[in-house]
Design a protein around this ligand. Sequence first.
Ligand SMILES: [Zn+2]
Length: 216
Amino acid sequence: MNNVFYNNKLLTGVNQAAISLKEEASKIMEFQGNTRGEMLAANINYIEFREGKESVAYIERKLEELGFPVTIRKFKALKWYPESLSVLIVMVAREIFNWADQDIFDMGNAAPKSSLVVQLLMRHFFSSRKSFEAMPKYWRSNFDFGELEAFGFDEEKKSFVIRINGYKFHPIMCIYYAGYFLRIAQFIIKSPKIEIEEKKCAYGNGSYHEYEIKWQ
Ligand SMILES: [Zn+2]
């Protein structure tokens, strides 16, 4: 695996808040916005890979306990599902399996690998810059809300920036999407060492989430 870096000081604040998962779940489920089924399916596959076959039944049971009964096997890759459900599955996995930030990061980092939408977009381009320029389109193919801006692509400085507007489900997803967009960068940039850091955050010093990607 490539070396990854993520500044996770934000999540510490979340843990300290000590809000129960049930309270958090009800809040999260109020947010609007949809994502593709392949995102949920990728997360479930990752949970199964990490925690074994029976782990999915634990997730289902917990979701039901929280008041959101879902049959996890039925996600269709290109159908739309609430992003809130996707977030809730990540949070339930963290609670049940006692995952650390790095596990959430790794889960996000694994997700694009099985994405049809990512493969379709990435296959079209032969240069890093072209793939980079397609990233906003990529967001719109995967989410029916929010917006991704990609800018500052610099082959000499070896960095670029992505900014996500209109995404505010839960701070745990800042970690998840750091892993996620690192993977997208790993597809776009041919380098053995790529790092991502969230420089601005809608839960802290900004009205959006801004990630800086750097490589060697
Ligand atoms: Zn953030």
